[in-house]
Design a protein around this ligand. Sequence first.
Ligand SMILES: Nc1ncnc2c1ncn2[C@@H]1O[C@H](COP(=O)(O)OP(=O)(O)O)[C@@H](O)[C@H]1O
Ligand SMILES: [Mg+2]
Length: 414
Amino acid sequence: MAMRKRVEETLDLMGIADLRRRPLVELSGGQQQRVAIAAVLAAQPRILVLDEPTSALDPTAAQDVLAAIGTLVHDVGLTVVLAEHRLERVMQAADSMLYLPGDGRVVYGPPGEVLAHARITPPLAELARVLHWPEVPLSVREARRRVAGEDLLVTAPVHPAPPSEPVVLSTRDLQVRYGELIAVNHVDLDLVRGTVTSLLGRNGSGKSSMLWALQGALTCSGTIDVAGQDPRLLAAAEARRVVTLVPQTAADLLYLPSVGAECAQADAESGVAPGTTAGLLRTLGIQVPDDRDPRDLSEGQRLALVLAIQLAARPPVLLLDEPTRGLDYSAKGELRAIVRDLAADGRAVLISTHDVEFAAATSRRTLLMADGEIIADGSTAKVLTSSPAYAPQMAKVFAPLPVLTPHEVAEGLP
Ligand SMILES: Nc1ncnc2c1ncn2[C@@H]1O[C@H](COP(=O)(O)OP(=O)(O)O)[C@@H](O)[C@H]1O
Ligand SMILES: [Mg+2]
C-alpha cells in the first residue's frame, strides 16, 4: 500500500499521471525524461544526482521538474547534485556551484562568485560583463533590480520582419498521423532561402514529426515541395541533395570506426569528390585526426561531424532537431556561427529547439507549435517576447523593451 501511494505521489509530482498506460516508446523525449526521474524518485534516495535532467525538456516542463526538485530539497531535505549546461535555467536555485574548467581542477563556491570567474556565460553573466558588474546576478529579478537602480537607458533594438521570399520549401495541408494520434495537423509552411527559423513548442507538440516529414522520411499526407521536388518520392541519395535532417540523437547516424571513414562514406553516398566532407568539417572549425573514433569526440565535435556529413550534398534546406542539447556555451556559439554562415550561403535552416536563448540569438523567424499546429509565426522578437514561457532572460530583465540578447543590450547602451 505504502509503495502504491508513493508511486501515485511521484506520478503527480512529475506531472505524468495521465501517461501511465502509454507505452514508453510512444512518449516524446521530454515525457520519457520525466518518467525516468520519477522512477528514481520512487526509491526515495537521500542524494539525487542528475545529469542534465532538463536538457530535453521544453521551458515549462523544465520549470515543473525544477520546482519538483526544489520541493524535494526544501521540504524533504534531499541533497541534489545537478549537472547542467544551461545555467540560466538552474542557477537561481543553486546553493553552491562546482565548476570543472576541464583541466582537472574543481572550483567550488557560491554561484555568484564562481560564475564571475568562470568561462561559462549564461545570459546574466554576459550582461554583468556588458554592464561591468563585479558580480553575476543569479536571477532575472536580481538583475532587474540592479538595472533599475542604475537608471540604465537602453535603446530598443530594431528587429526587421523576416523576409517572405524566395521560398525554397513549401508544404500545404501537411499531416502526420500515428494511428489515431495526429502529430502534425494541416501545416502550411513556407521556408525562405538564406534564413534561420526556430521551431519551438512543448514536448510532444509535433516538432520532430514535422521535421521527419519535411525530410520525406515519414508517411504523411499533404504536399511538400522542396526546390521543385517532393522528398518523399526521391531515392535516399537524391533526397540528400534536397533536404537533410540532423536528428535529435545525432550520434545515431555515426556507426563507422573512425572520423575519416565516416567522411569518406558521406562523400560516396552524396556523390561528391573525395575529401568534400572532411573539408566541410574543417570549415566548421573542427580539427580532429582522421583515425579518431567518433565515440571519442565531444558532443560539439560529434554534432559538427554529423552536420558535415549531412551538408556534403549541399542541400538547400537543412533541418536540425534540438541541436544544442548537451552543448556548452562555447560550442553553442560555434553552432550559431555555423548556422549563420549556412544562411548567408543561401540555405534555409529550420531548428527545433527548447533553448530560447539560442533561438533568440540565432534566428530571425520563430514558429511556435502546439498540438500539431503552428500557432504563432513571426519575427523571433515578437514571438518570444509575447509569451512569458518562451521569453529569453534579457527580455524579462528589460521588459517591456524587446531586448533579446546581452549583445543587443551592449549595442543599445548610450
Ligand atoms: N513513433 C510514434 N508512434 C506513436 N506516437 C508517436 C511516435 N512518435 C511521436 N509520437 C507522438 O506524437 C506526438 C508528437 O511527438 P514529437 O513529434 O516527437 O513531438 P516533439 O518533437 O515536439 O516533442 C507526441 O504525442 C508523441 O507522443
Ligand atoms: Mg522532438
